[in-house]
Unconditional design. Sequence first.
Length: 417
Amino acid sequence: MKLLLENIKELVQVEDEPFDFRAGKEMATVKTIKNAYIIIRDEIIEDFGPMSALKDRYRDDDLLIEIDCSNRLVYPSFCDSHTHLVYPAPREKEFVDRIKGLTYEEIAKNGGGILNTAKRLHEMSEAELYNDAMHRVIEVIKMGTGAIEIKSGYGLNVEDELKMLRVNRWIRETAPICVRSTFLGAHAIPLEYKNNPSKYVDIIINEMIPQVVAEDLADYIDVFCDKGFFSVEDTERILMAGIKHGLRPKIHANELGLTGGVQVGVKYNALSVDHLEFIGKEEIEALKDTETMPTVLPGAAFFLGMKLSPVREMIDAGLPIALASDYNPGSSPSGNMSLISAMGCIKYKMLPEEVINATTINSAYAMGLHESYGTIARGKIANMFITSEMPGIEYLPYSYGSNLVETVILNGEVQSF
């Protein structure tokens, strides 16, 4: 099977020479081709270029399906490198609590937040969690996401953490989207271990990690290293155990304070450090010239009314930035990456080109997927979307309230919903 997308007004994020991510001033660089075509064979991008270079031989194949993209743009699919998409129920009551003035930490102390979701998750079966989550998976696919990381962390005991990760695997096996699974047993400290968190850390290290690895349920290991959650010392213990079992670290870092999460992430070669509302010169210096991707979650900061990560300062210092949705029931109940792109421009003063890099190739890197996803490149997986009619790349973040994704192609196949 071959697809020909022709008369593309602008083909966005084209890659001729492979690169891992864009950083600093290079984040403002996005290569595009106007009046373009792209050829897809099976699930792979075979060729692309200006319409003037399209050869007639491409049209001789009886199995060729042609799609006219006149006045439309074609983008590589969004890569969403931080979600908690498998969860049991929304938390709209806490939304009202915040309107009334309670903070995220106060809600958590009152038994809300992550612990509330963990209680509900315990009562649900894998099938119920899967069916619920698949509605959200289809939702984000329709909005242009083609690769996604799903974290556990609402189980907080051996049985329920494994249950979440098995649901992640089920989604990976049945959904057209590319899924990466991250073990986040260290998402919160259960109430019964509130006065002895090191004992819960022992359970993570001695019971959870070995079983997660034995069933091949996770690609990465994550820790919420922050004020009121896991200390740097406990984080180091968990990461060392994960690395010993072949799990590369990722870190929830510096959402609530300057707590050392960035530095411990860099120390253990974390693939990404995520949130970063609190970040100073020491954290920026620690991240320079490393393999760790700083990842900002605009939806969470917006929804919780938190201070914003200093993205402009980080880019000007030469760092790369990835943007992700943090889709979860308590602090970011949306997986709309077009909206995240708009927030990047409006709230963080990122250029449209910087936002494109942050939501495609850089976020693909933050999942270890940059060699196959994140750009329009020969030999990469054909995950992309066709927009509705629009004037140019500035229009997508400008039209923050609209879903301008008209056609979704995943693994070389047009998706129907």
